[in-house]
Structure formats: structure tokens, C-alpha cells
Design a protein around this ligand. Structure first.
Ligand code: SAH
Ligand code: SF4
Length: 392
């Protein structure tokens, strides 16, 4: 079936700076050999970008002046995104960056840290955006409410991770996980998402373990099947939010082509093909999808599938949706467990700086520039980054 929102493949926008960050190792080798250089120059470039986090070609060590000049003459750059804003939660564990891309497009990206055992490094998960805005229109999601601007290119996705990697290195830490759960629908920007995964997991590029990556989708079945066939070993999360089609379509107006049954079948195929069990995400909204009856219905739908459900008490956006009380959340969790489905309530991070699931929107990029209305520190890009918290 054709996905109505599958973006055309190829460059998503016409004019872009040519970034070395887009190139896979084989392509980097092709480039240096075309420029009359020995193949090992490719590794020098890749080490400079992914080991040294160079933001300009001049920062890459050891390159001959002739190669620098040729790269510049061909219009190549290293970095592709400028930091335009920076905010941090009060506990210092969630950081949101606003990045300005070379055509002026703004995107948000979030770092969530989970303290490890004393003396060990924290888990540091970067939540990347794959599109500026989103065309799916989920009624409870701030990104959906801002509409669709454009697809991001792979180098723009990778840049988000590198910005945090650089920030973490300054305090002796590193990125441990990447989740494709920021702005946009990753599988509606399929080719660039897959290229970004390859760049992030390649041994000669960013080198992250494939299992440390999770892609979250609103449920584009064709994309899920394609992803299963890529042999990438990444994790998959499907945003379900309702056990039946009528309710799901109220929450996700573009969900029509794929029924809940289609998604369950796709999750089963994904597991059979990859050996990785799918996670279902379910944003709990008071009085809408959070009753024990709906939990029991969800239990029947997911029974015997061996999937895990992440329950996310809905985060505030401009919409009229209310987060259920703790009691209601626990009652839903109990009812779902009683129906034989594994589930956990996701601990949300960064709601006070609008960095949690579904809160990213850059029409309000401005939120970075206004005085903060909620607790949490915000600073324009010109201010120094916040000092690391004690003990990290
Ligand atoms: N487009 C993809 C990935 C980005 S959204 C998707 O929809 O899966 C990442 C997750 O945040 C999804 O599970 C989404 O349903 C959830 N989400 C969106 N808005 C939310 C909100 N206001 N509160 C809680 N979760 C939300
Ligand atoms: Fe898009 Fe995901 Fe938000 Fe829905 S929840 S509007 S698919 S980003």
C-alpha cells in the first residue's frame, strides 16, 4: 500500500550546503580519490568529524592545504547547524537545544540523562527530530499542531547528536542512546532517517551500538516493513494511543489508512524478521483513552504478542488535553497488566522546559528568547553553557 505521507526520496529541499557529515565512509573515500588524494585521507576526515567533532574543515587535523582548498572550492562544509538556544531543566538532567539549519529552519533536540550507579557514567539519550514540524496532525502533539515545514537531511539529524556529543565530552561523558522521537515522523522521511542511522552506527563514523537506537513511528506500515528488511537491528516503537480505530482516528486524524489490526500485524512481522520486540506507546489522556475498560480492550488487542507498552501521561501542549491523575494512570496500568500485557509508566523528563514527548515546536522558537515562564533555566546561544551539575 502507498503511504500517503511517504516523502519523495532524494534531497528534501533544493539548496543546501554540502556537508561532509552526510557522507558514508565509502562516499568519503570516493570524494577524496576524486580530488586526487590517497584513500586514507577519508579516515582523517571521518576522525576529524566523529572523533574531533570538528565544526569546520579548518578544525580537521592533518589535512594538506591543497585538500582543504579543494573541499572549500567544491562548497563542502563540516558543521551544518548553529546553536540558537539552549535550556536546561532544574535538575540539570534534561537539556534542550534549538538549532538553526543553513536555510534558517529551526529544529529542537533534547538530551535526557539518567544517573547511573555512583561512580559510573549516566545514560545519555539524545532525542532527535527528523522533520521540521509534522504532517500527521496528532491532536495532542505540539509538533503536529505547528504543521509540516520540511524533511531534515541525514546530516541535519546527525548534527543534533554531535552537538550533544561535543557538550558531553567537555565533562568526560558520551552519548549512549539515540531515540528518533523528536519533531516529525521518521518513517515519512525514510531515506534520510536510514542514512542517519547508518552514520550514527557505522564503526568509522559515530560508532553507536545499533541496539542503542530506537525509531518511533505513528504507524506507517509500509515504512515498518521496509525498516524490518534493512537488517539494521534498531528498536521500533509504534505510537498506538487507542485500542480501536474509531478512537485512534480522533487522536490521529491521518491514521485512517492503517487500522489497529494492521499495526499489530506489522509489529508481529517486525519481530519475526528482526528478532526485536516492538514497543507500543500510549499517551494517556484523561477522559479520552484512560479508562480501565479501554485498558482491557487494549489487552485483548495486544494479547500474546509479547510486546511492551509504554504509558505516557500526556504532556501539556496548547491543546485541551489533560494528564490523568496518578491514581487513574496506575489503575490503567493495573488493568493492562491484568490483561496479560507488559507495561510501564514512562517517567517524563523536561516538561518544565517543554522538552518532553510531544512538546517540541519551533513556531514558538521564541520560547527560548522570552523570559522563562516556568522553572528551568533558559539562555540565548551567546550565553555560556550552564556549568555541569556537581557530581557529573
Ligand atoms: N512521530 C513519531 C515520533 C515523534 S513523537 C511518533 O509519533 O511516534 C514521539 C512520541 O511522543 C510519540 O509516541 C508521540 O505519540 C508522543 N507524544 C506526542 N505528543 C505527546 C504529548 N503531548 N504527551 C505525551 N506524549 C506525546
Ligand atoms: Fe507527528 Fe509524532 Fe507528533 Fe503525531 S505525535 S504529530 S506523528 S511528531
Amino acid at each position: 500500500m502507498t503511504e500517503p505521507f511517504d516523502a519523495p526520496e532524494g534531497p528534501p529541499a533544493a539548496e543546501h550546503a554540502k556537508s561532509l557529515l552526510r557522507l558514508l565512509p565509502g562516499e568519503t573515500e570516493e570524494l577524496v580519490t576524486r580530488l586526487g588524494q590517497p584513500r586514507y585521507r577519508a579516515d582523517q576526515l571521518l576522525r576529524g568529524l566523529y572523533g574531533g567533532f570538528a565544526t569546520s574543515i579548518d578544525d580537521i587535523n592533518g589535512l594538506p592545504a591543497s585538500l582543504r582548498a579543494r573541499l572549500a572550492a567544491e562548497g563542502y562544509v563540516a558543521g551544518i547547524a548553529q546553536e540558537a538556544g539552549h535550556s536546561q531543566s532544574e535538575d540539570g538532567l534534561t537539556t534542550k537545544l534549538l538549532l538553526r539549519l543553513d536555510d534558517g529552519t529551526l529544529v529542537e533536540t533534547v538530551l535526557m540523562q539518567y544517573p547511573g550507579a555512583p561512580g559510573s557514567h549516566p545514560r545519555s539519550t539524545v532525542c532527535v527530530s527528523t522533520q521540521a514540524g509534522c504532517a500527521m496532525g496528532c491532536v495532542f502533539c505540539a509538533t503536529g499542531q505547528m504543521g509540516f515545514e520540511r524533511n531534515l537531511r541525514a546530516e541535519e539529524i546527525v548534527s543534533q547528536v554531535l552537538h550533544f556529543a561535543r557538550l558531553l565530552r567537555a565533562r568526560g561523558e558520551h552519548v549512549t542512546n539515540v531515540v528518533f522521537m523528536g519533531m516529525g515522523e521518521p518513517l515519512a522521511n525514510y531515506a534520510e532517517t536510514i542514512r542517519a542511522v547508518r552514520l550514527l552506527t557505522g564503526a568509522r563514523t559515530f560508532g553507536l551500538a545499533r541496539r542503542s537506537i530506537t525509531i518511533s513511528t505513528v504507524g506507517l506500515v509500509h515504512g515498518i516493513d521496509r525498516l524490518a528488511g534493512e537488517g539494521l537491528q534498531v528498536g521500533l516503537a509504534i505510537s498506538l494511543h487507542a485500542p480501536n480505530d474509531a478512537l485512534r482516528q480522533e487522536l490521529i486524524p491521518t491514521a485512517t489508512p492503517h487500522s489497529v489490526g494492521d499495526l499489530v500485524a506489522a509489529a508481529r512481522r517486525f519481530y519475526h524478521q528482526t528478532g526485536r520486540r516492538v514497543t507500543f506507546e500510549y499517551a494517556l489522556i484523561e477522559g479520552v483513552n484512560d479508562t480501565p475498560e479501554l485498558a482491557a480492550e487494549l489487552g485483548r488487542v495486544l494479547h500474546n504478542l509479547g510486546v511492551h507498552v509504554n504509558l505516557i501521561p500526556v504532556n501539556p501542549t496548547a491543546g485541551p488535553f489533560v494528564r490523568p491523575s496518578r491514581q487513574r494512570v496506575l489503575a490503567f496500568e493495573r488493568a493492562l497488566r491484568a490483561a496479560g500485557v507488559n507495561c510501564t509508566v514512562r517517567v517524563e523528563k523536561g516538561t518544565e522546559i517543554a522538552a518532553a514527548c510531544g512538546q517540541l515546536r519551533t513556531a514558538a522558537a521564541n520560547a527560548f528568547r522570552k523570559a522563562p515562564s516556568a522553572p528551568g533555566r533558559e539562555s540565548p546561544s551567546t550565553a555560556p553553557s550552564p556549568a555541569p551539575s556537581p557530581g557529573r
